[in-house]
Design a protein around this ligand. Structure first.
Ligand SMILES: [Zn+2]
Ligand SMILES: [Zn+2]
Ligand SMILES: [Zn+2]
Ligand SMILES: [Zn+2]
Ligand SMILES: [Zn+2]
Ligand SMILES: [Zn+2]
Ligand SMILES: [Zn+2]
Length: 1700
């Protein structure tokens, strides 16, 4: 209808409704907005757009749509992305998980990473993949839709309407988002009302804490609110913090500004009219809506692109898209995110408009980058970050280079932002501030863009591309010119340097540019014309930089051995020298490339070589190498560390390709164009060694130069370095273009030399090899040809080992070896040769031939100056000592001579084909010096040296040289006669044959030497063990007699049946009971006696949930909790462990006091933490450094006698029941008396005690005072740790906790033995054996230090659970009791009651009756809970049903199996318990795994093997006992599983990416659907947590803790095992202060973990490693593991683990 008025009407509509829906009060109401906005705002637009009901119209659109083949899935933060190392055009090409799984690449060598958010799936982009660009889903269906215009499917009206709506809405949104006025609106929209918001904006300058603190002050909010504000500001980029009238908001603003302006610029705050905010909110909604609507149809998307890119009224660069981009840095984060998303789903998804957008982007490039550099937000929030989406598309990149001159633009923009220059125009970062450093980091992103543009090399060149590329290349040369010679250094003499000069910035620049420089060369190499042009440009730039020599450098003439050359006087040690020579190095690279070309082979005269001045070329690289040599020689010590670092990086794998390697190439290039004698003389002069070798009598160095020992030493090192350089110049031929090799030959050689040092893991090799711009080393192509792979075990990594045949490539003077590498490799190689029975000599390897341009380099070996140098060194070596020569020097000289011989041999062998060689090394070294000196020839010198006693180490090599020379001469004559060599002459074997006797003698000597060394080694080892006790605790344990006293294990009596409980139980004889142990502290022996000095075992008590069946149970309230009855879900227990080391209690006390004192001093001195918490009683075992927090006293076995007649169960129950009655009334009486102070007997029935039961008897405590003290110590510690309370030795719960810990520890060890598939007895390590026995015996003695009445009362209540007693209250029902805990508590508390009895009852009888009672109760428990019955059936009735069922064999069989399986863990635990309590040896059947276990167990426990008999025998007695309890019915309904199964850590997926995917969809539970930054998986219960983040911090015991720590308190009683998914790292936590990282159970194909997910190889679960972690957990060793990790690595102690 009235289309002309449409914009106006829409604006009116918006002006009316937007402020009514959005931003109505202080608290935004998103639900309400989300409901109303679609209804009132979006729906009308959709109606208009479709011309009908939107749902119908949109469905039609979607149906007609022919979607493009691009996947375009936008990545969430942390989502897994996949790239193919074989097929991706560059590493930024990635696939989403779905596409990847449907692609061919999952069978390739792929890389997996987690996305940082943003970016999208490149599936379907044919330019992104060399092959397999489509997954199954995005495979194009036939050819039809390829180039068709999507608009063809739409009616003209629809197009017109869409165009209208999109123009209005996009314009509106752009206007609002770029609107800068605070209380005015664009025309057509007017502000309503008079309310304002105080809006706080995000910046990257202020910390979270500063913002939170300021907000609390400014707007009077709680800390929690402030945290929430700060979180939103950080996430969305802005947040209103106050709502009200202008004044009110302005006030808050001024407080915030005032508070944050002190050190830095203030936080950005604006007071904005609420209508402005409302429209801005809606503008974002509108953009999101546009993004959604275009998903229905590619045609709509295209229209939106058209609208967006349409040029505005202001002409060029004024489209809406331009406007948004150019305002990018002014917008808040949330707005940027929304419109970037829209760009990605529209402009970047449409092939036509992507190109147009790319052009606009390139046009605005300079401006956008400048805005970004000034802005402080991270790049992911900048529109410049979209560059990767366009620049990496090869066709777009090339178009932008040719049409928009993008390469030049990027480089110029970069240069413009780097303004630190010195007088000569070089970069200078000397005094740059933190702010400049920040800016410098941001500018570096431009290098990234340049890299994208260059990443795919052109396959075809057009003239235009050549022109623009070379223009870009020239701009790049301008950049390199500024770097050539930057950061020069001058040798410091006298004083040490005062301030370390800044060097990192320059090196960062170099490092960042390394790949660019390499890529520039590769581009050049793909077109000969470009290469030659670039070469010329580079040469002229270099000439410009070093035009002529500077003033101080005067010409001089050098002459030696009859040759002379003109050069300049220049000393590296006195003048300026710079490590940065990128221009020279680029030229060196181009030179090698030229040398590879056809032209170089055929028409070298066509190359621009004539313009070169070789001395000029070599000058600066040579200075740089001499600088390195002088630093090695210690001449630059006073220049400090910055220089050392620079030299380090110069050789480092990250830089060397474009630094050290190229300097070497440049010397090779220069030397190949010079007379070798001239070259060497210049070299000697730069090394400042010319004076030594030039004099006529240089062979008598020791006579001339004996002034200063340091100088002699220095010169020795310099000579070594100089000789090494000669070796490298002649010997390094593995660069394509220098030698006749391919690039994989180079990689293969690198790998061989790494593996010559030692076998290496894949990742180590990757680190040692240079990576290309695709982060690939090319290793995979060649590794298998030179190495064998060996898989790892449960620890360690998979390793590559060198194939023996590859060792022949070994070159001791490999140019990438450091001195340390070199000596390691030498040692390793000699060792291997000796092991193979070969001669251990390491001769120079056979080398590939030089390319023609470099061919003349071999002449260096036979030139007069070099021979002169070699002869001089050999002459010096005649004298044994004096410091005038060194072993390394001689070794290098011999190597050079060897190289000459090998070279000559190669020439002889090939001379048949190629007869123009003129290389005759043998002749040269056989020639004596001329008159008048008449010095001996090199060969003559060698023959003399061969027998010199002081040259033992070099004899192998000298002998080898002499042998090879002989062969050479015969070969030569042979060749001379026949002209052809038939027989292959193998140097090695011939030498071997002639030398058999000699070798035998040597082998014998070697054997003797080995034996001597072995003897020394074992002595050292013994010493080492003493020094490193903690490492050897195991082996020491085996030696330590105190811990291995296994007396009680061996069945000493020959009694055929062994009982551990009851009147007939096994009893220790007097000698068996005697136990003598040694104190680890004072080394004195001590017998363990009741009345003796206390001996204690270091122990660690911890709370545990390892066996919990209910992790949802909330932790108990420590003050009120009554632990007497353990619930069968075992949700919280107390575990006691020990390292098994025994001390005197007084020795331990003295030790612990010393630890305390030391800790106090340490805390005062420096705030260093320890791995243990002394204030909490923690210490490290003095012998093994195992974490401990208390000690257990060792006690002897109690003496018992066997009396004859004992009551049966019913009699015994009667007697006991009488006793309890009497005791109970006595207790009540005492209590009443206490309470009233009057003897009031009314309420209490007086029960007379049965015969022989003396209520008023107080037994005498049999223990010595030190033992009593230790009993209290351990009891209190268990109580304190187990309940998390303050120590209180009077608390009635102390003994309960001790019994509980005893029961829990036995139960957990029983489970462990099952899980490890070990027999019940005989397989425990000594330390656990000792721990359990002392723990049990302690349990039976601990009542003696508690109030007897309390313990008696506990006993009464415990017994009442089995034998109901109406007078005892709060008795739990049997379904709520863990029976093993009950058994242990009953047995251990009984002595307090038993001690009153003098009637002749036996304690053993009581134990047996307890066992029978509890066992039957357990059977009933199992039956009640395991029979699938209806809750309606009365429990009692059900029991009857069960038992009658059992009697009928056929239907009862299953039930009986259930009972057996259910009760077995209990019986096994009971057997362990009585074994340690009574010392009875276990029957042999229980020492093995096997079928007889059940019978043996029952026998040992004095039980009938048909346990049901127990029940029938006493059924009248027991039946009524339990089922009447009201809790039984209730318990049956909830039905706790009583069959005890071991807990496992959660199942993990086989493929790690499944975990990443799972974590990527995990959102923070506290901040409304936000992605979590560090999703962390609890391996115990499987919960995913939002770790290491403010949002999920909570308060625990008054401290702010992260989600993991908080979780451990509920899930693991303070101990936690987590997997940090993004890091692929296992995290152990204990308490709030302890933690460590642990290797994850995921390995890549190379048998390595990838902590930090840096390498990105696919990872798979390694079950063995996961089981190892599970075992640590099950045996309660996590805390101990953390302790050891922290002791080994002190930095772990400083980490705030509680914040994770
Ligand atoms: Zn995809
Ligand atoms: Zn796909
Ligand atoms: Zn692939
Ligand atoms: Zn001692
Ligand atoms: Zn220890
Ligand atoms: Zn958990
Ligand atoms: Zn969170």
């Amino acid at each position: 209808c009235e289309i002309s008025n449409l914009p106006k009407e829409v604006y009116q509509h918006l002006a009316c409704y937007v402020p009514k829906i959005y931003c109505l009060g202080p608290n935004l109401n998103p639900q309400n907005e989300d409901l109303l906005a679609p209804l009132l705002l979006q729906s009308p637009l959709e109606w208009y757009l479709c011309g009908e009901e939107p749902s119908v119209g949109l469905a039609k659109l979607e149906q007609n749509n022919q979607p493009s083949q691009l996947c375009g899935h936008v990545f969430k933060v942390g989502e897994p992305t996949y790239s193919c190392r074989e097929c991706a055009a560059d590493p930024t090409c990635v696939l989403c998980m779905q596409c990847f799984l449907g692609s061919v690449h999952k069978e390739h060598r792929y890389r997996m990473t987690t996305s940082g958010g943003g970016g999208f799936c490149d599936c379907g982009d044919t330019e992104a993949w060399k092959k397999g660009p489509y997954c199954q889903k995005h495979e194009p269906n036939i050819s039809d839709s390829s180039q068709k215009d999507p608009l063809a499917n739409l009616s003209d009206e629809m197009i017109a309407r869409t165009y209208n709506v999109f123009s209005i809405i996009l314009k509106y949104a752009v206007d609002m988002l770029t609107w800068e006025k605070e209380d005015e609106l664009p025309e057509g929209l007017e502000a309503r009302g008079d309310t304002y918001y105080c809006m706080l904006f995000n910046d990257e300058v202020h910390t979270y804490e500063q913002v939170i603190y300021t907000l609390q002050k400014a707007v009077n909010c709680t800390q929690k609110e402030a945290v929430s504000f700060a979180t939103t500001v950080d996430r969305d980029g802005r947040k209103s913090v106050r709502f009200g009238d202008f004044q009110f908001c302005e006030q808050a603003k001024s407080v915030i500004v005032r508070n944050t302006s002190r050190q830095t610029k203030p936080l950005r705050v604006q007071v904005m009219h609420s209508s402005v905010v409302a429209h801005q909110c809606f503008a974002l909604k509108a953009l999101t809506w546009l993004g959604q609507i275009i998903r229905y149809s590619d045609a709509l998307r295209r229209i939106l692109c058209q609208v967006g890119l349409q040029r505005g009224p202001e002409g060029e660069n004024s489209s809406l898209v331009d406007t948004l981009m150019l305002c990018d840095s002014k917008m808040w984060k949330g707005a940027r995110n929304v419109y970037h998303q829209l760009f990605m789903s529209s402009l970047l998804m449409d092939t036509k408009y992507k190109k147009l957008f790319a052009i606009q982007f390139a046009k605005n490039y300079e401006r956008l980058q400048s805005d970004y550099v000034k802005d402080d937000h991270d790049r992911e929030f900048s529109v410049t970050d979209l560059s990767v989406q366009m620049f990496t598309v090869p066709s777009l990149a090339r178009m932008l280079i040719t049409e928009e001159n993008l390469m030049t633009t990027i480089i110029r923009t970069f240069m413009d932002h780097l303004r630190h220059r010195d007088l000569h125009g070089h970069f200078q970062f000397e005094r740059y501030t933190a702010q400049q450093a920040f800016k410098f980091r941001r500018v570096q992103s431009l290098i990234g863009d340049l890299k994208y543009v260059l990443i795919s090399r052109p396959t075809e060149w057009t003239d235009q591309l050549r022109e623009k590329y070379l223009e870009g290349f020239s701009a790049f040369l301008e950049l390199l010119k500024c770097m050539q010679g930057m950061d020069p250094v001058v040798r410091q003499v006298g004083q040490h340097i005062e301030m370390e000069p800044e060097w990192e910035a320059a090196f960062t620049l170099q490092m960042k540019l390394t790949h660019i420089i390499s890529m520039m060369q590769e581009w050049c190499s793909s077109d000969e014309r470009v290469l030659i042009e670039a070469y010329k440009k580079c040469l002229s730039a270099l000439t410009h930089c070093h035009s002529g020599f500077t003033d101080g450098e005067q010409p001089i003439t050098l002459s030696m051995c009859g040759h002379s050359v003109d050069t300049i006087r220049y000393c590296v040690s006195q003048e300026k020298v710079s490590i940065h020579l990128p221009l020279s190095r680029l030229l060196a690279g181009l030179h090698a490339l030229l040398s590879k070309t056809e032209v170089a082979y055929r028409f070298p005269e066509l190359l621009p070589l004539s313009e070169l001045s070789p001395p000029m070329l070599i000058e600066h690289p040579l200075r740089c190498l001499v600088l390195c040599a002088q630093v090695h020689a210690g001449m630059w010590r006073r220049n400090g560390f910055s220089l050392v670092n620079q030299i380090y990086y110069y050789h480092n794998v990250k830089c060397r390709v474009e630094m050290f390697d190229k300097d070497l190439s440049m010397l090779q290039a220069g030397a190949s164009m010079m007379d070798p004698n001239h070259f060497l003389m210049i070299m000697l002069s730069r090394f400042e060694l010319y004076h030594i070798f030039s004099s006529a009598d240089c062979r008598k160095r020791y006579n001339r130069e004996n002034a200063n020992k340091d100088v002699v030493q220095q010169n020795n090192t310099l000579i070594e370095e100089m000789l090494h350089l000669v070796i490298m110049i002649v010997g390094e031929r593995y660069t394509a273009g220098v030698g006749q090799v391919e690039c994989f030959d180079e990689i293969r050689r690198e790998i061989v030399h790494q593996l010559c040092i030692r076998p290496m893991a894949h990742s180590e090799l990757v680190k040692a090899l240079p990576e290309n711009e695709n982060k690939e080393t090319g290793m995979e192509r060649v590794i298998d040809s030179v190495a064998l792979f060996k898989k790892p075990g449960v620890t360690g990594k998979g390793l590559y080992k060198l194939r023996p045949e590859s060792a022949k490539m070994f070159n001791l003077y490999f140019h990438h070896y450091s001195r340390a590498d070199q000596s390691k490799a030498e040692e390793a190689q000699r060792k291997i040769k000796r092991q193979n029975g070969e001669d251990s000599v390491l001769p120079p390897p056979v080398l590939p031939r030089f390319c023609p341009l470099f061919a003349s380099l071999v002449n260096i070996l036979q030139c007069d100056v070099l021979l002169g140098i070699l002869g001089a060194v050999l002459q010096w070596a005649m004298e044994p000592s004096g410091g005038h020569w060194s072993e390394s020097m001689l070794q290098r000289v011999l190597h050079l001579i060897g190289m000459g011989l090998v070279e000559e041999q190669q020439h002889l062998l090939s001379s048949a084909e190629d007869n123009d060689t003129n290389f005759n090394f043998t002749l040269k070294i056989s020639r004596p010096g001329e008159a008048p000196a008449n010095t001996p020839s090199i060969l003559a010198l060698l023959e003399t040296l061969q027998n010199a006693p002081h040259l033992e180490v070099h004899k192998d090599m000298i002998r080898w040289i002499l042998k090879v020379k002989l062969i050479q001469i015969s070969l030569q004559s042979h060749l001379d006669s026949s002209g052809h060599s038939q027989e292959e002459v193998s140097i090695g074997s011939t030498v071997r044959d002639k030398d058999k006797a000699e070798r035998k003698r040597k082998a014998e000597m070697a054997r003797l030497r080995r034996e001597k060394i072995m003897a020394q080694m074992s002595e050292m080892q013994r010493h080492f063990i003493n020094e490193n006790k903690e490492l050897f605790q195991q082996s020491l344990e085996e030696l330590d007699p105190s811990t291995s006293s296994t007396l009680e294990h061996s069945p000493s009596s020959c009694d055929s049946t062994l009982f551990c409980v009851g009147p007939r139980r096994w009893r220790a004889g007097g000698s068996d009971r005697r136990q003598v142990v040694t104190c680890i502290l004072c080394q004195e022996e001590q017998e363990i006696r009741i009345d003796g000095k206390a001996m204690v075992l270091a122990a660690f008590v911890q709370r545990s949930t390892v066996m919990s069946k209910n992790r949802k149970r909330p932790p108990h309230n420590p003050d009120k909790y009554d632990p007497l009855f353990m619930h069968p879900d075992l949700s919280f227990g107390t575990h006691t462990g020990s390292c098994g080391h025994i001390m005197h209690s007084h020795c331990w006390q003295r030790y612990f006091e010393a630890v305390q004192a030391k800790e106090q001093r340490r805390q005062q001195r420096l705030r260093v933490h320890t791995s243990y918490d002394v204030e909490n009683g923690e210490f490290l075992c003095p012998l093994c450094e195992c974490l401990s927090n208390t000690v257990i006293p060792l006690l002897p076995l109690t003496k018992t006698s066997c009396s004859s007649e004992q009551p049966d169960l019913s009699q015994w129950l009667n007697i006991t029941s009488l006793q309890m009655k009497a005791l109970l009334s006595a207790h009540r009486k005492a209590k009443a008396a206490d309470a009233d102070g009057v003897d009031d007997m009314d309420g209490v029935n007086d029960c007379p005690p049965p015969d022989g039961f003396k209520l008023d008897y107080t037994p005498k405590n049999p223990y010595s005072s030190t033992i009593k003290e230790m009993l209290t110590t351990f009891g209190t510690a268990t109580y304190k740790v187990g309940l998390k309370v303050h120590p209180n030795e009077q608390d009635p719960r102390v003994p309960i906790m001790c019994w509980g810990s005893c029961a829990y520890t036995i139960q957990s060890i029983e489970r462990l033995l099952v899980d490890e598939e070990k027999p019940l007895f005989g397989s425990l390590p000594c330390r656990q054996d000792d721990c359990l026995s002392s723990l049990t015996r302690f349990g039976s003695a601990c009542w003696t230090v508690s109030s007897h009445a309390t313990v008696q009362n506990h006993f009464i209540r415990l017994l009442a659970a089995l034998v109901p007693d109406p007078r005892v209250e709060n008795t739990p029902c049997i379904l709520d009791i863990d029976m093993f805990h009950l058994l242990v508590s009953l047995v251990l508390s009984h002595p307090a009651v038993f001690s009153l009895d003098s009637s002749g009852l036996s304690a053993d009888t009581a134990q047996l009756h307890f066992l029978h009672l509890v066992t039957v109760a357990h059977i009933v428990q199992i039956l009640l809970s395991s029979v699938p019955g209806e809750s309606l059936i009365l429990p009692l009735h059900k029991l009857h049903v069960c038992f009658s069922g059992l009697r009928e064999v056929d239907s009862g069989w299953h039930l009986w199996c259930c009972v057996k399986a259910g009760i077995l863990p209990y019986l096994r635990a009971a057997a362990l318990f009585f074994h340690y309590l009574n010392g009875a040896p276990a029957p042999p059947e229980l020492h093995t795994l096997g079928v007889g276990e059940w019978e043996a167990l029952c026998g040992y426990l004095c039980l009938p093997s048909n346990l049901l008999q127990l029940f029938y025998n006493n059924r009248e007695l027991m039946e009524p006992l339990w089922c009447s309890h009201p809790g039984v019915l209730q318990g049956l309904q909830s039905s706790v599983a009583l069959i005890r199964e071991s807990n496992h850590l959660i199942e993990l997926p086989g493929d790690y990416s499944a975990l990443i995917n799972q974590a990527s969809s995990f959102t923070c539970p506290k901040s409304g659907g936000d992605k979590s930054r560090a999703p962390t998986l609890c391996l115990v219960c499987g919960a995913m947590l939002c770790s290491q983040s403010y949002c999920c911090q909570s308060e625990l015991e008054g401290v702010d803790v992260g989600a993991c720590t908080a979780h451990t308190f509920a899930c693991g009683a303070g101990v936690g095992i987590f997997l940090r998914v993004r890091e692929s790292q296992v995290l152990f936590l204990a308490g709030k202060t302890k933690g460590c990282f642990y290797a994850p159970p995921y390995l890549d194909d190379y048998g390595e973990t990838d902590q930090g997910l840096r390498r990105g190889n696919p990872l798979h679960l390694c079950q063995e490693r996961y089981r190892k972690i599970q075992k640590l957990w099950r045996q309660h060793s996590i805390t101990e593991e953390i302790g050891h990790a922290q002791e080994a690595n002190q930095t772990l102690v400083g980490i705030d683990w509680q914040h994770l």
